[in-house]
Write a protein that binds this ligand. Sequence first.
Ligand SMILES: [Ca+2]
Ligand SMILES: [Ca+2]
Ligand SMILES: [Ca+2]
Length: 153
Amino acid sequence: MLIGGQGDDTLIGNGGPDVFYGGVGNDVLAISDADFRRIDGGSEDDTLRLDGDNFDLDLRNISRNRIRNIETLDLNGGNNSVTLDRLEVIGFSDRRNRLVVNGTDTNSLTATGDWVSSGPAVIGDQTYNVYSSGPAQLWVHEEISPEGVNLIG
Ligand SMILES: [Ca+2]
Ligand SMILES: [Ca+2]
Ligand SMILES: [Ca+2]
């Protein structure tokens, strides 16, 4: 079990059935496989980071209560990808229905369901392409090119 303190923590899992609690602060919780048992970022802006390369995380295969209070997903490594749907985006954070996805041009994202592109948005000095499905919003970093975003209706 990896437990963060009051500050901004970086918790790096060992793979396997890890349990992460970020607690207070802007925490980074890093996984290298999909075998974790529970990830809870706690309060404030928390990031789930994919370590290693060629990590394809299909969130549809992961029960929704295993990931809580996460506001940002960092695809991070080379060729890492994620597959999700609207309910995953809504379920990530109790605070809002927006999931921010960071990454580079080697990363890709597949979103199933009906999504519409609603133009760019900015956080700080970073630009994101925004996709909406009902109340769910995906903010995908501009370095993940639109070609890397597959919207499957
Ligand atoms: Ca913390
Ligand atoms: Ca936190
Ligand atoms: Ca949080």
